[in-house]
Design a protein around this ligand. Structure first.
Ligand code: OSB
Ligand code: MG
Length: 371
């Protein structure tokens, strides 16, 4: 395949409610969308997961725009690719980092390949599930009581995993309150987004009392060594998110014992090829993986659903239905949850159609690379 044109758009999409994590809060998403067309007229939409501020990763909506326009877009336009798995080498040659920007194009190519073969994205990558289990990620709340209310509503709605965001000062009492209210069988976990350090190991060890499924990324994003030391102290498995930016980092985690579970976000690791490689590596080492979320619109969500249909995505993903995030999504049909699961589309491509009128109305920036 040969890519002829890449349209970049920024849309503004307000969340139904602000989402607070230890490193910042977001109310309005600034989402970068790409529309990629090949020389035979096949087309795919994809989404960049970079955030508004460089608090989760160094990348932002603005840096990704620059990287796509200046480096990744022009390279892709000149390339003839036999398969999307060959895209990485072309895109990343001589460019360090900018994985979220790179993934935007890489993932679009997987979708185009699915269209070309008239098959679903899930089937193209070897997906083995017709449904994926759904979890929810609940932002930091004002009080334990407010968190209990959210968590109870989530359990009642059928979510199969409930992730509580924590930070120093909003941790032990918050988690304890939810555990006490929801009972011993509620599938709870905590995510700290790097908010703790070596001085906090005693506090983190207190979390062992609450029977959590896992504790996600408690320490600094580049610190696999101290995560390993912490894991040796904890009974609760640790799951890494920010730290795992490549299959090489996943290998390091396994060798060092820095965690026992990986949250895969395809944007964070540079796309589907790297995600599949991490999935396969983890399967060989009996390390469960699950699909993380970045408050995606229905377009990015489609890729997450397809990825999560791979066999070793054995825990519920942060792939909540559209209505959890948006008044109205930008795809038709919207993503819905039944009995705590989302159906994996079996139709060709990603299985949802972008709502062009709505996207046009939300667009604040538009630029076309190529013709
Ligand atoms: O740490 O998983 C995270 C959202 C933005 C940045 C980081 C994270 C998150 C989430 C949201 O937890 C999950 C979702 O998309 O529902
Ligand atoms: Mg996380």
């Amino acid at each position: 395949m040969r890519v002829n044109s890449i349209e970049l758009r920024e849309i503004r999409l307000p969340l139904r409610e602000p989402f607070r994590i230890s490193s910042g809060v977001v109310e309005h998403r600034r989402i970068l969308l790409a529309r990629v067309r090949d020389a035979d007229g096949f087309e795919a939409w994809s989404e960049c997961v970079a955030g508004e501020h460089p608090n989760y990763s160094p990348e932002t909506t603005d840096t990704a725009w620059l990287a796509l326009r200046e480096w990744f877009g022009p390279r892709l336009l000149g390339a003839e690719l036999a398969h999307p798995r060959d895209a990485d080498a072309v895109l990343s040659d001589g460019v360090r980092g900018h994985r979220m920007a790179r993934a935007t194009l890489e993932m679009a190519l997987w979708s185009i390949e699915a269209e070309r073969r008239d098959t679903s994205l899930s089937k193209l990558i070897g997906g083995a599930r017709t449904h994926v289990d759904v979890g929810i990620s609940i932002g930091i709340q004002q009080s334990p009581a407010a968190l209990v209310q959210r968590a109870r509503a989530a359990l009642d709605a059928g979510y199969r995993k409930i992730k509580l965001k924590i930070e120093p000062g909003s941790d032990i009492e918050f988690v304890r309150a939810v555990r006490d209210a929801l009972g011993p069988d509620a599938p709870l976990m905590a995510d700290a987004n790097n908010a703790y350090g070596e001085a906090d190991f005693d506090v983190l060890a207190e979390l062992d009392a609450f029977g959590l499924l896992m504790i996600e990324q408690p320490l600094e994003h580049e610190d696999l060594v101290r995560h390993a030391a912490l894991q040796r102290r904890l009974r609760t498995p640790m799951c890494l998110d920010e730290s795992i930016t490549s299959v090489a980092r996943a290998r390091d985690m396994i060798e060092l014992g820095s965690g026992r579970i990986i949250n895969i976000k395809p944007g964070r690791v540079g796309g589907f090829a790297e995600s599949i490689a991490i999935h396969d590596l983890c399967a060989r080492h009996d390390v469960p993986v699950w699909c993380g979320g970045m408050l995606e619109s229905g377009i990015g969500r489609a890729y997450n659903v397809a990825l999560a249909s791979l066999p070793n995505f054995s825990m519920p993903g942060d792939i909540s239905p559209s209505a959890r995030y948006w008044e109205r999504d930008i795809v038709v049909p919207e993503w819905t949850m039944t009995d705590g699961r989302i159906a994996v589309p079996q139709s060709p491509g990603v299985g949802v159609t972008p709502d062009l009128d709505r996207i046009d109305a939300l667009t604040v920036r538009l630029e076309t690379i190529g013709r």
